[in-house]
Design a protein around this ligand. Sequence first.
Ligand SMILES: *[C@@H]1O[C@H](CO)[C@@H](O)[C@H](O)[C@H]1NC(C)=O
Ligand SMILES: *[C@@H]1O[C@H](CO)[C@@H](O)[C@H](O)[C@H]1NC(C)=O
Ligand SMILES: *[C@@H]1O[C@H](CO)[C@@H](O)[C@H](O)[C@H]1NC(C)=O
Ligand SMILES: *[C@@H]1O[C@H](CO)[C@@H](O)[C@H](O)[C@H]1NC(C)=O
Length: 553
Amino acid sequence: MTSTTIVLFLLLTSIVILLSSTSSQTLPPYSGFQGEWRLLQTSIGISAMHMQLLATDEVIIFDRTDFGQSNLSLPGRRCRYDPNDTVLRVDCTAHSILYHVNTNTFWPLMVQTDTWCSSGSVLPNGTLVQTGGYNDGDHVIRTFTPCLDGTCDWVEFPNYLSQRRWYATNQILPEGRIIVIGGRRQFNYEFFPHSSNYASSSQNFFSFRFLRETTDQSENNLYPFVHLLPDGNLFIFANTRSILLDYTQNHVIKEFPRIPGGDPRNYPSSGSSVLLPLDENKASIEAEIMVCGGAPQDSFSSASQGTFTSAVHTCGRLQVGAQNPNWIMEDMPIPRVMGDMLLLPTGDIILINGAGLGTAGWERGRAPVLTPVIYRPTEHFVGRFLVMSPSSRPRLYHSSAILLRDGRVLVGGNNPHTNYNFTNVEYPTDLSLEAFSPPYLSDEYNLVRPSILSTNGIVRYKEVFWVTFTVPEYLSVNVLSVRIIMPPFTTHSFGMNQRMVVLKLIGVTRLTPDSYYVTVVGPSKAEVAPPGYYMLFMVHAGIPSSGTWVNVQ
Ligand SMILES: *[C@@H]1O[C@H](CO)[C@@H](O)[C@H](O)[C@H]1NC(C)=O
Ligand SMILES: *[C@@H]1O[C@H](CO)[C@@H](O)[C@H](O)[C@H]1NC(C)=O
Ligand SMILES: *[C@@H]1O[C@H](CO)[C@@H](O)[C@H](O)[C@H]1NC(C)=O
Ligand SMILES: *[C@@H]1O[C@H](CO)[C@@H](O)[C@H](O)[C@H]1NC(C)=O
């Protein structure tokens, strides 16, 4: 036999373990281990108001241009000349950086126009499209294509947007387009790219009454929570209400019950929201939305007068496909406004950053919540929330957090002032970057931790692909899964485009005593997983591997 046939022979004769689709996941005990904080950078020169992880393991970070001078110079003594900037017409400092995760280094990027409180999505080919901002930047889109040789930078397209987009929310769509929804006093939505008949079309944006209806005195419906559902419609949550929108027909299909309690959940009463993991191993994929935290109705105005009310302490879960969908409410161990919600590779949710009193919007937050909480959606009711160890740095307004491919959570920002202000203020501008390592990264789990050896770089819809991996100790296939996460564009506590799909597992084959070969089916359709770059993780006994990038197409 040739060596190739020997390998093949071994492969075929090794034990094939077929998986039962009803296998239940059991998590190992957390042993009181509450995760770990590390300071990565004392200063990146800017405040991490917006963050997006790209498929090159670079994080694009930016704040706004009309903040005065940042603590980072533009390279090559370049300066930005902007006669319309409200603070500095000539500014030789950077307001955006590219952070390299693997080397913990960064370099400055150049934004020309104001990106304040804007939105973004990554196209299926890996290019970031950022939309809108303020002042001279509110109709601009900017693209960033990663390049790894240090030469790439923002490219701006002035007047691309038909309406001003300041505090809008984006979502990547199954067809690869991006929808841009709302913005301050914008009760409409539009698309990137414009449809091909844009020039001749009389209508390049679509009115959206729901946003007009949900606005109140404090405009507690900005940065609406938007999630693409497996049926192709959009779930949109604003203030206390939520609807199902068929964006192709500009038609509201249904309205869900209001979230109980009456407290607004969107900016400035910033709570957060995630689409819980979609599981392809189930007979039909159930979509469930979770919303946590926020601030009572009048918090913004009372904070403006110096009274800081307690943040909202509840989360709500809504099974959108149920016959009679109803919110199921739960109490968080700590009330939180301006908390970020991120999907972890395990399918758990981390709540991180934010405040216990007040609201978003400048100095209106107090009592920083330094302690992240991990929520385990599949656990029994009691013990779903795990309280983690605290950071030492407040992360209030204009802070953000994202998941990295190695399973850590990158945290940065805090700038509750109109300028970079480091003195004589209660919460100075914070230019640092930190990483929180959730308990699953602890060495005590290394014996069950899977490591991915290789996989297909491209994952096609419905097509079978494979992943080879190792596990140092005994593999239990009943607690093995393969998942993909689309990394979010995060700002103002909400991760746009964030989603996890647990892929359908077919079988596991042992290759050597500690290495295996697993066959998996690509996502069933683009409504479940829109095309683009995802981090693929294996999770074994509740412990995730490091992720690997795949392009779903
Ligand atoms: C930022 O720069 C200012 C002015 O140069 C300096 O006073 C301040 O210490 C710096 N702050 C940080 C956090 O780097
Ligand atoms: C500044 O504003 C004027 C008038 O609004 C506009 O014509 C011009 O293009 C703007 N300049 C820049 C650099 O944005
Ligand atoms: C992705 O597509 C956009 C829009 O067509 C294009 O501008 C960009 O250069 C493409 N990026 C890559 C990496 O090919
Ligand atoms: C920082 O805030 C303090 C208090 O409001 C103010 O006196 C000071 O001018 C601010 N500094 C900057 C650089 O904006």
